[in-house]
Design a binder for this molecule. Structure first.
Ligand SMILES: C[S@@+](CC[C@H](N)C(=O)[O-])C[C@H]1O[C@@H](n2cnc3c(N)ncnc32)[C@H](O)[C@@H]1O
Length: 350
């Protein structure tokens, strides 16, 4: 599937911006150009776990949602959303979420998780990243072997879980990785085609603490995952999930406006080829756990279809501020038509 195909657009190389989406014919205003599939990985932050529907991401002004699954810790806005989640997740996935929930609960008693800790730290380079992941591999292999042995002995799983009790936990990273591992397990070839084709950040971890948290989470998942998921709980999958998230993740927010509560983030491979423009011709709206994109004005054949990566008041920033913000948050120098036009006119004027 990836990159996406349509009779309305094609994915092409865009000078200065990697790949992007070009209209392959004139498209009238308000036409829907893409509706994404559900995410290939996502996380709802732990602080929102009682307030956001695990299936459709509905948030009801901070109210605790009424349908709760005590075994997985997930909440739903309705019994029908819960049923959809169960149908999609399957028995194996449900079991994996239960294992993770019990692991987090057991580990949260008496010890603090690491997700809120802020350390003065540096961004690890490729060498540090490779080094830390190669340490994680043998640790994970040992845990998986113990889990396989334990699966044939009733006390084995407990022993394995006890073995990782000494390290800290990051429930958000654990949840993000598990959702990606389960998506990979359901359709490994499709997942590879979709996710590995996305733009990757070579140095995606903002701090060494963040890198450590990802490697530790991978090792912890290796111990608690059902044996049937071992083929998807790999370094390749977990590293890819981190590497693609910084360039491609969409925020899960409480409403359609970008400025609202930031409740988590999700990966939508088919929607990840839209470049940014400071004068976008596309709007987007989250519909449940998917996204719809439509053109906000008539678009001509050959025009690039772009969304805005800026949210709320950021849209009102001037050229210098927009470019600085996009560089800081997204890591790219904006080359959209509006920025190029404004840069030329300010250069001419000055
Ligand atoms: C979600 S991806 C978009 C697809 C991407 N161009 C690709 O080749 O896969 C976001 C990345 O595209 C590039 N990009 C998007 N909009 C851009 C712009 N206006 N100017 C320069 N680069 C841009 C940046 O590298 C950014 O991190």
């Amino acid at each position: 599937m990836s990159p996406p195909t349509s009779d309305l657009f094609s994915v092409e190389t865009i000078p200065g911006a990697g790949r992007g989406i070009l209209a392959s014919r004139d498209i009238p205003q308000d036409t829907t150009v893409l509706t994404s599939k559900p995410p290939a990985a996502h996380v709802l932050f732990r602080e929102y776990r009682k307030e956001v529907c695990a299936q459709c991401f509905l948030y009801d002004r901070g109210r605790t949602l009424r349908v709760k699954d005590h075994d997985t810790g997930k909440v739903f806005c309705s019994a029908s959303c819960q049923q959809k989640w169960v149908d999609h997740t399957g028995e194996l996935g449900d079991g994996a979420w239960q294992d993770l929930h019990h692991f987090i609960q057991a580990r949260s008693k008496g010890t603090k998780d690491t997700s809120g800790i802020s350390l003065t730290d540096h961004r690890p380079d490729v060498g540090e990243i490779d080094g830390r992941w190669s340490q994680a591999k043998p640790e994970a292999d040992v845990r998986m072997r113990k889990a396989i042995d334990g699966a044939s002995r009733p006390t084995g799983r407990k022993q394995t879980k006890a073995a990782v009790a000494s390290s800290t936990i990051d429930p958000d990273i654990l949840g993000y990785l598990l959702s990606g591992i389960l998506a990979h397990h359901q359709q490994p070839n499709q997942w590879r085609e979709d996710v590995l084709a996305l733009a990757m950040h070579e140095e995606p971890y903002t701090t060494t603490h963040d890198l450590e948290a990802h490697c530790t989470s991978f090792v912890q998942l290796s111990s608690i995952m059902p044996v049937e998921l071992h083929e998807s709980c790999t370094i390749e999958v977990c590293r890819a999930l981190a590497a693609v998230s910084s360039h491609n993740a969409f925020g899960i927010r409480s409403g359609s406006e970008d400025g609202e509560e930031y409740m988590g983030y999700a990966l939508y491979p088919s929607a990840s080829y839209f470049n940014h423009s400071c004068d976008p011709n596309l709007a987007k709206q989250r519909v449940g756990n998917a996204w719809r994109f439509w053109v906000v004005r008539d678009v001509q054949q050959g025009e690039e279809l772009c969304i805005s990566y800026l949210g709320g008041d950021e849209k009102d920033l001037n050229l210098r501020q927009r470019r600085a913000h996009l560089r800081e948050v997204w890591g790219f120098a904006c080359e959209c038509a509006r920025c190029r036009r404004e840069a030329t006119s300010s250069h001419d004027a000055g």
